[in-house]
Design a protein around this ligand. Structure first.
Ligand SMILES: [Zn+2]
Length: 612
């Protein structure tokens, strides 16, 4: 259970609101008072304990849950309301959600940044760094690039960094937590990185999270990375992303390479949309970062890795070493999974045997451009790879091709793309397309498929999160996944999202132009909620289906809202009829009239919306 839900379970809305609105008094099964948010003479502010919600039927015409009440009353944002209520509820915000952790991660970034400065200084000015300087010069790395990427050098010493950072006021345990020192078993610590060329690995905003370090002699391991820390996760970082992000957005393409030097040399030659995957096969987390910038991804693979791709042995298969560890190679099947995540094709750029992007770009930038141009979609590339080993005039090889390619096609979620490859395979092996299609449907997991014109049912599409409002969250995930829906939803009322966490996400979405700026304005807890919405997998929907799904969702949200208001109104009337005075009955009838006017307005709005 998330912290938001925990707080909601622990606090009682009547108790909290009456602390702010002492005149709140029981009216039947509900509570009412003069609205604390607008001046009035007759109470129209109601609190509904059963729904744990409040509503002002007067001038405000709005309501919400306990979070929105505290936000409004205290004039604070969601994060602050969360802290206020957590305290009242006796819920401890875990470090991840509180200031404590922000201070801690901030500290770790600061220490890594101090280390990056120190390593950079050593590279530029120490005599020990001279050899590394000439190595970089010999590899054609310019002074400006060394500056831009803040390349560095670590001394061949067990305590140089520790001493330097101690002078700057950092504690030894903080340096250990930052991944810069290693704790000895018998006590004490030593510098993790010694006598290495240092690459600082940054997040998208340019903060230093950790390091990659390369030896320049025969020592092992050749590459060493920061360990997993509170701020560094190798599988979730992309080297160069901070410097590449605007080029990626502008060109609407990211090129993922393997090595640090590849990124540096590419940028030096003006290929600024290049990032490195830190020696691993690209991961789901990395695809998640990329997804916020572009949907077009080209993976530069060396000839060996590319040749192995079609071995549909699963992504965990490994046959190649980096960092002295065996790392998984990308496989066609794994990449198709990421294509589904991106909702776009991933292209594969095959490098000539024995050459790194670094070599190619230095020798001939035109060649790099040409290879990029020739990159083919993963599935097409896999077709070629498999077919090149077969003789398709032979029946046996035809069925081998089908055996290997059809399971891959089955993994493609996008229906049009899938149909395209079924056709392609059918032509290739000269088999009737319908036979292949039925073989394909047997292969597919028994997932329910949407029929033509069928209403998209949120419940069947969306595995429930921790949520108590799956409908609203489905609506929000549509909005954050599909930018083209923006124009269809900016007019929606925030009242349709009764839970504050969803309402806040909606408001942030409405006022932001893209996900990055949206995220920046959100409290940490809400960022987590946003991530949950973003990582939820939606079925592949065409633009038309997206719009239909949204329309259906909005309709249900409005209907739900109206029904909720109607219920509350009925409660009020029955309460007043049973125990109210004539004056109160008069009063509630006035309220009912106003509510009916609101309802009418919503219905009219809906009627005026174009039907598909
Ligand atoms: Zn009011």
């Amino acid at each position: 259970m998330g912290v938001i839900d925990e707080i909601k379970q622990r606090v009682d809305i009547v108790e909290i609101t009456s602390a702010y609105v002492p005149s709140l008094k029981k009216a039947g099964r509900n509570f009412k008072a003069l609205c604390p948010f607008h001046p009035e003479r007759v109470p129209s502010f109601y609190v509904f304990p059963e729904r744990q919600s409040w509503h002002c039927f007067g001038a405000c015409g709005t309501g919400g849950d306990i979070f929105s009440f505290v936000m409004r009353k205290e004039g604070v944002d969601f994060g602050e309301a969360l802290r206020i209520l957590a305290q009242k509820a006796g819920v401890t915000l875990t470090p991840k959600q509180g200031d404590e952790s922000q201070r801690e991660t901030e500290k770790l970034k600061e220490i890594n940044e101090a280390a990056a400065e120190y390593y950079h200084y050593l590279l530029l000015h120490s005599s020990a760094g001279e050899w590394t300087r000439s190595y970089l010069a010999q590899r054609g790395v310019s002074d400006k690039t060394i500056e831009d990427f803040q390349l560095g050098f670590s001394l061949d010493s067990w305590e140089a960094l520790r001493e330097q950072l101690t002078k700057r006021g950092y504690q030894e345990d903080e340096m250990v937590a930052a991944g810069l020192l290693v704790e000895k078993e018998q006590g004490g610590t030593y510098d993790r990185f010694r006598n290495r060329l240092m690459f600082s690995i940054r997040d998208i905003t340019g903060r230093v999270l950790g390091f990659g370090a390369r030896v320049l002699d025969d020592s092992l391991p050749k590459y060493l990375n920061s360990p997993q820390t509170l701020i560094f996760d190798k599988s979730g970082a992309l080297y160069g992303i901070d410097r590449a992000k605007s080029a990626i957005r502008k060109q609407n393409l990211v090129v993922v390479v393997e090595g640090y030097m590849d990124v540096i040399v590419a940028h030096q030659h003006g290929f600024n949309n290049v990032v490195a995957s830190l020696g691993t096969a690209i991961t789901e987390k990395q695809v998640g970062i990329i997804k916020k910038l572009t949907k077009s991804l080209t993976l530069a693979l060396d000839a060996d890795a590319a040749g192995e791709m079609a071995t549909l042995r699963g992504i965990e298969v490994a046959s190649h070493t980096f960092d002295q560890k065996v790392v998984p190679l990308p496989t066609s099947a794994g990449l198709v999974k990421y294509e589904n995540l991106l909702d776009a094709e991933i292209r594969v750029m095959v490098l000539p045997p024995g050459k790194d992007p670094d070599d190619i770009i230095k020798e001939s930038p035109e060649e790099w451009g040409r290879l990029l141009e020739e990159a083919s979609p993963v599935v097409d590339y896999t077709f070629e790879l498999i077919v090149s080993k077969l003789d398709l005039t032979k029946l046996k090889d035809k069925s081998l091709a089908v055996d290997q390619l059809l399971p891959l096609i089955a993994k493609i979620k996008h229906p049009v793309r899938q149909a395209h490859y079924v056709q392609k395979l059918a032509r290739l092996v000269a088999i009737d397309e319908h036979n292949l299609a039925s073989a394909l449907s047997r292969l597919k997991r028994p997932a329910k498929l949407k029929g033509e014109g069928e209403i998209v049912q949120p419940s069947t599409l969306i595995p429930l999160l921790s949520s108590n409002d799956p409908l609203a969250e489905y609506c929000l995930s549509l909005l954050v996944h599909y930018p083209q829906l923006r124009s269809h939803a900016t007019e929606l009322s925030a009242d349709l999202f009764p839970h504050s966490e969803n309402r806040e996400i909606f408001l942030a979405w409405r006022s932001a132009t893209d996900l990055d700026s949206m995220r920046q304005g959100l409290d940490t807890t809400l960022q987590e909620h946003l991530d949950a919405l973003l990582t939820r997998s939606l079925p592949p929907l065409s633009e038309e289906e997206q719009e239909r799904a949204l329309r259906e969702c909005v309709y249900r949200l409005q209907e739900r809202w109206l029904r909720d208001l109607k219920t509350k109104e009925e409660w009020l009337i029955s309460d007043v009829q049973s125990e109210g005075s004539a004056a109160e009955l008069e009063e509630i009838q006035q309220l009912a009239l106003r509510l009916n006017a609101q309802l009418r307005e919503v219905f009219l709005q809906r009627e005026s919306k174009p039907k598909s």
